[in-house]
Design a protein around this ligand. Structure first.
Ligand code: AMP
Ligand code: MG
Length: 339
C-alpha cells in the first residue's frame, strides 16, 4: 500500500524521515522532478532504490544535501571551483560530480570513484535531508520512463511498490538538474538543465559539453556518466523530433500529422509557437514547456499514439529540453531543411 500525503501536512515529514531511517524508500518533491530517496548511509536502502525503479546497477544516484558542510563530508576533495559553484547555484538545479569520500555505499556511485551532489531548493527536500541525513535519490519513475513532475505520475509508476509519496504539487522546473563533472581541469556538462553552460562559465570559466548531450554515444564507448547510455524518458507513444527552420518544421509536422491520421493513428503536435498554447518563442515560453514537458509525455500517452515534437534551439533551457526530447524519441529525428 502506498500512501500519498501533502508534504506540509502535520506529521508527514516525520513519517518520511522515520521510513528513511528504517531503511525504506520514500518519494518526495524537489524543484526539478520528484525523487525516490533512500538514506545514503544505508547500503541496503540504496539497493532498494535500484530494485524499485528497475534501474541498471551501472547508473549512479545523486545524493541530496542540505548545504556545503554536508556536501564536504561526502566528497574526498572540496575544491575552490566546487565552493564557487555551490555558492552561486545552491540551493538549486546544479549537481556537482566530485571525488567520493571513502565509506559511502559503493552502489550510490555504481562503482565509480566519484559522487554526484546537489542541494535542492524545494523546502520539502531540504527539510527531509535535514531531519534524516543526506538522501540518495534518482527520479521517482520506473527506469526508462519520463520523470515524474507530479505526485500522480509517481503513483502511476511506483504505486504499490513504495510506502509513501510526499505530494508537493507540480514541480517548478520540470527537468532534472544540470550534472557537471568538476573532477578534471575543465568542468564538463554531462546532462544539461536549467543551470546553463553560460551560467557556469560566468563562475568557473571554460565549460565542456559531453558528446552524449545531443547525440547517441558511439556503441561500446565508456561513458563518464553511465546514465546517458540508457534509453530514457520514453513514453508509450512514438516520439519524433523535427529540426530545422521554423516554417518548414511546422509544414512538415502538419504533413506528418495528416498522414498519421489518415492511417488511423492519433498524433499530437508538441512545441513552442503554433502548438499547445505556447504563444511565442520567448524564454518564458521555453521555461513553461520545460516545466510541462514530462507531464505532456505522460498525459498524452493515454490518448495519442504519436508525438510530433517541434525542435527548439539550444539557448537557455532549450538545450536541456532538446536533450530530453531527443532521448524520448530515441534519436528519431526529422531534419526538415537539410541544415
Ligand atoms: P536521475 O537522478 O534519475 O536523474 O539520474 C542521475 C543522473 O546523474 C544520471 O544521469 C547519472 O548518470 C548521473 N550521475 C550520478 N552520479 C554520477 C557520478 N558519480 N558521475 C557521473 N554522473 C553521475
Ligand atoms: Mg531519472
Amino acid at each position: 500500500m502506498t500512501s500519498v500525503r501533502a508534504w506540509d501536512e502535520p506529521g508527514a515529514l516525520e513519517e518520511a524521515a522515520r521510513l528513511l531511517r528504517a531503511g525504506d524508500v520514500v518519494a518526495f518533491p524537489t524543484e526539478t522532478v520528484y525523487g525516490l530517496g533512500a538514506l545514503c548511509s544505508l547500503e541496503s536502502a540504496v539497493r532498494r532504490v535500484f530494485e524499485v525503479k528497475g534501474r541498471p546497477a551501472d547508473n549512479p544516484l545523486i545524493v541530496h544535501v542540505d548545504g556545503v558542510p554536508c556536501a564536504r563530508s561526502l566528497a574526498r576533495e572540496w575544491t575552490p571551483v566546487a565552493q564557487a559553484l555551490a555558492g552561486a547555484f545552491w540551493p538549486g538545479p546544479l549537481t556537482l560530480v566530485l571525488p567520493r569520500a571513502p565509506g559511502l555505499p559503493s552502489a550510490i556511485s555504481a562503482g565509480l570513484d566519484t559522487v554526484a551532489l546537489r542541494m535542492p531548493a524545494h523546502p520539502c527536500a531540504l527539510a527531509l535531508v535535514s531531519r534524516a541525513g543526506p538522501v540518495a535519490a534518482p527520479s521517482a519513475n520506473l527506469s526508462g520512463r519520463p520523470s515524474p513532475t507530479r505526485a500522480e505520475h509517481v503513483f502511476a509508476d511506483l504505486g504499490g511498490r513504495i510506502p509513501l509519496i510526499l505530494d508537493g504539487g507540480p514541480c517548478e522546473k520540470g527537468l532534472e538538474s544540470t550534472v557537471l563533472d568538476i573532477t578534471g581541469e575543465v568542468p564538463v556538462i554531462l546532462r544539461p538543465g536549467h543551470v546553463t553552460a553560460a551560467d557556469i562559465a560566468a563562475v568557473a570559466g571554460d565549460v565542456g559539453l559531453s558528446p552524449g548531450v545531443l547525440g547517441p554515444l558511439p556503441e561500446g564507448s565508456k561513458a563518464v556518466s553511465p546514465g546517458v547510455m540508457h534509453r530514457h524518458y520514453a513514453p508509450l507513444s512514438r516520439v519524433t523530433v523535427f529540426l530545422g527552420e521554423e516554417e518548414a518544421v511546422r509544414a512538415s509536422m502538419a504533413g506528418e500529422y495528416e498522414k498519421l491520421e489518415e492511417a488511423g493513428f492519433r498524433p499530437l503536435m508538441v512545441g513552442i509557437g503554433a502548438f499547445l498554447g505556447y504563444e511565442s518563442r520567448t524564454a518564458a515560453d521555453m521555461e513553461a514547456l520545460a516545466r510541462d514537458f514530462y507531464a505532456i509525455l505522460l498525459e498524452s500517452e493515454k490518448e495519442y499514439t504519436h508525438l510530433l515534437v517541434q525542435g527548439v534551439d539550444g539557448q537557455g533551457v532549450g538545450l536541456a529540453l532538446m536533450n530530453r526530447a531527443l532521448r524520448a524519441a530515441d534519436y528519431s529525428v526529422k531534419v526538415v531543411d537539410g541544415t
